[in-house]
Design a protein around this ligand. Structure first.
Ligand SMILES: C[S@@+](CC[C@H](N)C(=O)[O-])C[C@H]1O[C@@H](n2cnc3c(N)ncnc32)[C@H](O)[C@@H]1O
Length: 335
């Protein structure tokens, strides 16, 4: 007996073991599901091997050129700075080229006169978005629109709302309790209302008014009044800003995202040269000193930023005589 036991192999070979197992479970297993997706098994790398891999990267480097991680980071940073520089040069060059071309054709370097722009925007309303989309994409203006619109809260009034290009960034329903849209052009308001109803079909606290900002009744007050790229088209922007202050609740704020004079002489010369022809087509005076207009209205500026060679202005302001807490400003770009 003991001899017979000794003659048996110590371990069964793996294949035969599998066959045994198969034979024992064959009848209990359900048929395989043809639609079942195979989930790849996660490869387990023991911690000691992970350390070896990290060490190897540190010694040999990464990428086809075997760069050290520090060198890789340095090169990435350099690339971002160079790419941003090239982009800015490109924007400035293209801006100069395009506007200079317009100036040469117009041959009219008179300054733009303030005027009622209602008729111009009534005629432009239907095509307004497609006309300005290209320019805005070129200057990445949606980033600025998003930045200011995300900061709205409470009862909000948007004046000179146009076709409602900011509404997609509204926190609705959320921080914003009610929205009032106002524009002097009936056709622009109609476009804004159409887009709003499509985007927020269930929202009930939105109002659309055709009126000059200066003529709005002061019975309803707002936590925030904001305007994007509208001051340039106002006949009397100082009067409008003064009236906005009467529409604010105590502690309310005015937020402006505007375009106007830049911080460089060369860009201001281009703007001045083309102001009249630009105003003829778009009803917009693009060489206004926005900061000066805001100061003339008596508003106190809490925060002012300038981009695109100083031609894009972001201004946060409040009524004179009020102490407002300084709100931390959320940054949308790099810092
Ligand atoms: C350049 S568009 C800007 C529209 C929109 N805010 C945007 O960001 O696309 C200027 C708008 O201001 C409006 N506007 C001009 N004067 C106004 C006034 N006194 N009161 C209200 N809106 C006015 C025009 O009808 C036009 O829709």
């Amino acid at each position: 007996m003991s001899l017979a036991l000794r003659c048996l192999p110590r371990r069964l070979p793996p294949a035969s073991f599998c066959m045994l197992r198969y034979a024992s479970t064959k009848t209990q297993l359900p048929p395989p599901d043809p639609n079942r997706r195979r989930i790849p098994r996660k490869t387990y790398i023991p911690p000691e091997r992970q350390v070896v891999k990290k060490k190897k990267i540190q010694e040999k480097g990464i990428g086809p050129h075997n760069l050290s991680p520090e060198e890789m980071k340095r090169r990435q940073r350099k690339f971002i700075v160079v790419a941003a520089g090239v982009y800015l040069l490109f924007v400035a060059g293209a801006y100069y080229y395009l506007t200079y071309g317009v100036a040469a054709d117009a041959g009219n370097y008179e300054d733009a006169k303030p005027r009622d722009t209602r008729e111009i925007y009534d005629n432009l309303a239907e095509d307004y978005d497609s006309i300005i989309n290209r320019d805005e994409q070129f200057m990445l203006l949606s980033l600025w629109r998003k930045d200011v619109t995300k900061q709205l809260k409470g009862d909000v009034l948007e004046v000179g709302c146009g076709t409602g290009r900011n509404m997609k960034y509204l926190d609705l329903p959320g921080k914003v309790s009610s929205m009032t849209f106002v524009d002097t052009s009936a056709n622009m308001v109609a476009e804004a209302e159409k887009s709003f109803k499509k985007r927020y079909p269930k929202y009930q606290y939105a109002e659309f008014k055709v009126s000059r900002t200066e003529d709005l009744p002061t019975d309803k007050k707002f936590d925030v009044i904001y305007e994007t790229f509208g001051i340039c088209s106002y006949e009397d922007p100082v009067a409008a800003l003064k009236h906005m202050q009467e529409l604010l609740k105590p502690g309310g704020r005015i937020i402006l995202l505007e375009h106007g004079r830049g911080t460089w002489d060369f860009i201001n010369r281009i703007l001045d040269k083309n102001a009249a022809s630009r105003s003829e087509v778009f009803g917009c005076r693009w060489n206004l000193d926005i900061g000066e207009i805001v100061r003339q209205s008596g508003l106190v500026i809490d925060h002012e930023e300038r981009w695109h060679l100083g031609t894009t202005w972001t201004i946060f302001a409040h009524r004179e005589g009020e102490e407002l807490p300084v709100e931390p400003k959320k940054r949308f770009l790099i810092w």
